[in-house]
Write a protein of this length. Structure first.
Length: 155
C-alpha cells in the first residue's frame, strides 16, 4: 500500500479545512429584512464559533469559520434596496399577486437570493419567475410555473 494512504497525521492538533461556500455572481440585492437576517446569522455564527473554540471542537470550528466567511462576504457585498412605493410596475421587494386560469391566486415577493424561501412565496430576484414578473404591470400576462397567469395586484 502506498505510504500516502498510511501516513499518520504529524500534527497532534489537526485542523479541519472546509471549502468555501459558493458565492453568487449576481448583485447581492437585499431587502431591509434580508439585511437583518444576514446580521443575525453573523451574530449566531460568532457565538457558535466561540462555543466550538471553548470546546475545542475542530469540526464545529471549521463549519462556523467557513459559514462566517460566507456571511461576512455577503454582508460586505449587500446592496440594501428599500421597497419602491410606486407599484405601477413590479420591482425588487414588491409583493405580486397573480391569478391563474380558473381563479387560483398565488402571491410572490421578489427578494434577495439569501432571503428566498419559495415555500413562503419569497423568490429570488434572479429566478426565472421573478425575471418574468419584473417590469410588468397589473393586467399583464405572465408564465408562472408552466401556466399562464395574470398579474392582479402589486404591493
Amino acid at each position: 500500500m502506498s505510504s500516502a494512504f498510511t501516513k499518520e497525521q504529524e500534527d497532534d492538533n489537526p485542523r479541519e479545512e472546509l471549502p468555501d461556500r459558493a458565492i453568487s455572481p449576481h448583485r447581492n440585492l437585499v431587502t431591509p429584512v434580508g439585511l437583518q437576517q444576514i446580521e443575525a446569522e453573523l451574530a449566531r455564527l460568532h457565538a457558535e464559533l466561540d462555543k466550538a473554540q471553548t470546546q475545542d471542537d475542530k469540526q464545529a470550528i471549521a463549519r462556523a469559520a467557513r459559514d462566517l466567511r460566507y456571511w461576512a462576504a455577503r454582508r460586505a457585498s449587500a446592496e440594501l434596496v428599500h421597497k419602491i412605493a410606486d407599484t405601477a410596475h413590479v420591482r425588487f421587494g414588491h409583493r405580486v399577486v397573480v391569478e391563474h386560469d380558473g381563479g387560483k391566486r398565488q402571491t410572490f415577493t421578489l427578494v434577495g437570493e439569501d432571503e428566498a424561501d419559495p415555500a413562503k412565496g419569497l423568490i429570488p430576484y434572479v429566478a426565472p419567475l421573478a425575471k418574468a414578473l419584473l417590469g410588468k404591470s397589473v393586467g399583464d400576462g405572465v408564465e408562472v410555473l408552466h401556466h399562464s397567469a395574470k398579474i392582479v395586484e402589486i404591493g
